[in-house]
Unconditional design. Structure first.
Length: 193
């Protein structure tokens, strides 16, 4: 054996479960899956396979949570899982979310979530309104526009941030400037701590 031979780094296999305790559409969940498989894992010379993934809907068919279960093979588990935890927290995981790695559960998430049910029916050009609402939230200072999905009575905007109350207060103040949103409903969907 050569004195300067490279040390072989064996990949170990791990089971990972992520629970997103927040309203997340299937589309956004799949974006998270792609980010894990296509960006995060290759960064650490790791590979992974999605074992199962689902978005849970309530009785009104609105998303309330999502789960991703995967198997990961990595030569650097500590670095990879530290980065995974950081990226989930930085991504605005909702209160009540968790991460399980090889049976070890870690509670993660500090963001609160707010829904704005627009009740606009088939109204089409909402981009200026969405921009105005995001600007009112300080472009992230108070909260972020996270996602949008559609109900029978129109689009629902999903916002997150440190305080659902601050988001609700800001949105209520802004909505009076938008006559189209006169019938909109704003509600916090974060679990009480």
């Amino acid at each position: 054996m050569s004195l300067f031979a490279r040390k072989s780094s064996e990949a170990s296999t791990h089971r990972v479960q992520i629970h997103f305790a927040q309203p997340m559409t299937e589309r956004l969940r799949k974006d998270h899956e792609a980010g894990l498989l296509d960006t995060l894992l290759p960064k650490y010379k790791a590979s992974g396979t999605i074992i199962s993934a689902k978005t849970t809907l309530d009785a009104a068919e609105e998303p309330i949570s999502s789960d991703i279960n995967l198997e990961v093979a990595t030569p650097e588990p500590k670095k990879l899982f530290s980065e995974l935890l950081s990226s989930l927290i930085d991504g605005g995981l909702g209160h009540g979310s968790w991460l399980i790695i090889d049976g070890q559960r870690t509670e993660v998430g500090g963001s609160e979530y707010v829904l704005l049910r627009t009740r606009l029916g088939a109204e089409s050009d909402l981009e200026p309104t969405v921009r105005a609402l995001q600007h009112a939230l300080g472009d992230g200072e108070i909260g972020w526009h996270e996602d949008v999905y559609y109900r029978h009575d129109g689009p629902v905007f999903v916002y997150n941030g440190d305080s659902a109350q601050a988001i609700i207060h800001t949105l209520e103040t802004e909505l009076v400037k938008h006559p189209l949103l006169g019938n909109a409903e704003i509600l916090s969907v974060s679990p009480q701590q």
